[in-house]
Design a protein. Structure first.
Length: 363
């Protein structure tokens, strides 16, 4: 197993100096300003696909050990409702419960906290075999979510209601009017059993402004603790400075301003990152890849900018490890390579003050 080691600060300075000398279009800020871990975005996490069948026990152990050794206090883990209640609302599947229990224990045993993103509708709940279907009764989803967070009160530290529901690939309707009842019902049910739990809305893909406006039009201001955001540029290899522009797909600053007086006490960026997958000239622009050096520099610059937005309270980088071979765009987002060796970006998200990060995680 590759042993992940934190690079010395001097080495990281050298890395960024080399990147700057290779055609970078903007000067690099000093590293101590770029990282800014002791920032308003106190929660720092990493997307972790621990429930995926493609990850065996050794894979999961290597990934989680690397995350814990780096001092990163949180993971975002996707969990399917289909896993817990495949056959109906009256019972929870023992095998699914045992599986989730095992995976959450693996996380908590390393001192990590979990943001669980809960999605995928069982066939019985939507009347369709498509797990992207909209649940006919939002209370079914809400009761399942409340049962889950009550069943694992110390392992699940926050709950996110679905993923990118503005995309038909993930939510068949895409309409905020169909998502809002899920959010409202879940918030009420979860708070009844875990009033301390942070409930986060789904983050729409590419910071979809129309979707956010549509969600607020449903009157959901009292039905979440944090507003989710997925900050990917619509041009996949664009540097983070474009995120200050309209229609960039990653303008968190616009979201902070739009929601300032609309009942969003916090913004959690639950996905952001750049892929190092090779470019495919026939693919859409959002699938363009970057080099490993660019991935590190862009991530550092993005974290620096987000740290200056006081209402951004959490940032989760997507994602834990590459797939092998790295061919498709989604294969290359990892901060670790497929052999678990660290990419340069891994040192960027490593917590330089681990004691402080752990303290933040307990707040």
């Amino acid at each position: 197993m590759w042993r992940v080691q934190t690079l010395r600060t001097a080495a990281v300075w050298l890395l960024f100096a080399l990147v700057a000398g290779c055609g970078a279009t903007a000067p690099d800020p000093p590293l101590h300003d770029t990282i800014a871990v002791e920032s308003p975005a106190a929660i720092r996490g990493l997307a972790y696909h621990g429930m995926w069948t493609s990850r065996d026990a050794q894979d999961r152990a290597e990934i989680l050990d690397a995350i814990a050794a780096a001092g990163i206090p949180w993971v975002r883990m996707d969990v399917g409702w289909t896993t817990l209640q495949p056959d109906g609302p009256a019972q929870f599947d023992p095998a699914g419960v045992a599986l989730l229990d095992e995976r959450l224990q693996e996380v908590s045993q390393r001192g990590l906290r979990a943001l669980v993103m809960f999605w995928w509708a069982p066939e019985w709940s939507s009347g369709t075999t498509d797990k992207r279907g909209v649940p006919s009764n939002p209370q079914d989803y809400a009761r399942a979510a409340a049962w889950m967070v009550a069943r694992w009160p110390t392992q699940i530290a926050a709950l996110q209601v679905w993923n990118e529901p503005n995309l038909p690939e993930f939510f068949a309707s895409t309409r905020p009017a169909d998502y809002a009842p899920l959010l409202t019902a879940t918030y009420d049910a979860v708070k009844a059993v875990r009033p301390d739990l942070t409930v986060v809305t789904a983050g729409p893909a590419h910071m979809d402004r129309g979707w956010y406006r549509g969600l607020y039009a449903q009157g959901v201001e009292e039905s979440f603790d944090a507003l989710g955001a997925h900050a990917y540029p619509v041009v996949g290899d664009a540097p983070p400075r474009v995120c200050r522009e309209d229609s960039s797909g990653c303008d968190v600053g616009w979201l902070a301003e739009y929601t300032r007086t609309r009942g969003a006490p916090a913004i959690w960026v639950t996905e952001m990152g750049w892929s190092t997958a090779p470019d495919d000239d026939t693919a859409p622009t959002w699938q363009r890849g970057v080099t490993e050096a660019q991935q590190a520099r862009y991530t550092a610059e993005m974290l620096s900018w987000l740290a200056k937005l006081p209402r951004v309270k959490a940032v989760f980088v997507y994602r834990d490890r590459d797939f092998e071979p790295v061919q498709a765009h989604l294969d290359g987002f990892g901060v670790l390579r497929a052999d678990t060796s660290p990419k340069p970006v891994f040192d960027v998200i490593t917590c330089p003050s681990r004691a402080a990060c752990r303290a933040d995680a307990r707040q």
